[in-house]
Design a protein around this ligand. Structure first.
Ligand SMILES: Cc1ncc(COP(=O)(O)O)c(C=O)c1O
Length: 382
């Protein structure tokens, strides 16, 4: 359709851009699976803990300002994040969760004839977002042994038409993390015409972060085609408020993203909560340390039962479990079944509170013999 009444300013030049698309599956229901609302949610990699009182107080105080539009430039949060991360605020863009950036990037780089390279299985939003554009989706299998993104295979998938690559590190749904050295070596080889989105949604739950080793932030300066995506949903536990940010060194990319975003995102309460979270960073760091301790405990038990989980640097673990989600559902626990994460016969289980994790372990203990004998037999290889 091309509506261009001559002599006035109305122009619709690209209406076929948005193809009508019926989703391959409906969004996950909130309570889902016939389980009650108080079922245990180990299916969305959320923090099991709500905001600390200090953050809640700031959210309540922000309620009195919601008659006004939010500061779309998120000036206060960008300044605070810039100081906290040691980078100029001008390199930070705040949005409604990192999901907003994934969507914006595919729109910005998903033009006709373009190719977007994504790891598979990985965060499904990459491929879903590409499917809304005219770009071709190029799916590259991850490393089967440790569930990390296969950088060599990703590199081989690059062509002259490649416009955008998603790297998910650590990868969801497996939890595997590639070292920064390997990411850097990959970036050195990627041609300049390709934008790379490094999705670090779980970065603050990795050993590398907790141990305070080198971060990816400095790479943006070295590689202007790099965009780092971070979120307040996981480490800071603000999933319901939708706050994330992108770190972009390249002005051209920043302008491109800015030109397609919805001008009223993010929201006032989310911005204030995120600001407070950064102020109480030390508290959240301790929480992340606790998650790592709990992850180690849970994975040790899982392995001692004979299961073969991928090594995880996140708040979830993933492994072969051909019985599907029913054994968990019977215990009132929501987990992600293989059909929803492109991993047939696998299950992905988020870490919750210790009690919730123990309940999930009870399910795994009950079915260990039948599953591990299946794993060692036909179809059980990772
Ligand atoms: C790898 C990855 N990236 C991005 C997101 C989206 O996070 P947000 O809540 O910031 O939109 C998720 C959510 O689970 C994720 O797993």
């Amino acid at each position: 359709m091309d509506i261009r009444p001559s002599g006035n300013s109305i122009e619709v030049t690209n209406s076929s851009f948005l193809k009508w698309r019926s989703p391959s599956r409906p969004p996950m229901p909130r309570s889902g699976l016939g389980l009650s609302n108080d079922s245990i949610r180990l299916n969305a990699n959320e923090s099991p803990y709500g905001p600390i009182p200090e953050v809640q107080q700031r959210m309540v105080a922000a309620c009195s300002r919601v008659n006004r539009y939010p500061d779309v430039a998120a000036t206060a949060l960008r300044n605070s994040l810039g100081q906290h991360l040691g980078i100029p605020p001008s390199q930070i863009i705040v949005g409604s969760g990192s999901s907003e950036f994934i969507h914006m990037l595919t729109v910005a780089f998903g033009g006709e004839g373009a190719e977007v390279v994504v790891p598979t299985p990985s965060f499904p939003m990459y491929s879903v977002s590409v499917s809304y554009t005219k770009a071709t989706l190029v799916s590259v299998p991850i490393n089967a042994d440790d569930g990390t993104v296969d950088l060599i295979a990703m590199y081989k998938a690059i062509t002259d038409r490649t416009s955008l690559i998603f790297l998910c590190n650590p990868n969801n749904p497996t939890g595997g993390q590639i070292s920064l050295a390997k990411v850097k070596a990959f970036l050195q080889r990627v041609p300049d015409h390709v934008a790379i989105a490094l999705d670090e949604a779980y970065w603050e739950l990795t050993d590398a972060f907790i141990d305070g080793v080198e971060t990816s932030l400095a790479l943006c300066e070295q590689f202007p085609n790099l965009i780092i995506l971070r979120t307040f949903s996981k480490f800071y536990g603000l999933a319901g408020l939708r706050v994330g940010y992108a770190i972009v060194h390249n002005e051209e990319i920043a302008t491109r993203l800015g030109s397609i975003r919805v001008p009223t995102m993010p929201n006032t309460i989310g911005l204030e909560a995120a600001l407070a979270c950064v102020e109480f960073h030390q508290f959240y760091l301790q929480r992340a340390r606790d998650v790592v301790v709990e992850r180690t405990r849970v994975l040790q038990i899982v392995k001692s039962l004979g299961y073969e989980p991928f090594p995880s640097q996140t708040n979830f673990y993933c492994m072969p479990f051909p019985l599907g989600i029913d054994p968990f559902v019977k215990m009132g626990i929501q987990v992600r079944g293989g059909d929803t994460i492109q991993m047939k016969d696998y299950v992905r289980i988020s870490l919750g509170t210790m009690d919730e994790n123990n309940l999930a372990l009870e399910v795994l203990r009950k079915h260990a013999t039948s599953v591990t004998s299946w794993s060692s037999g036909e179809g059980g290889t990772k």
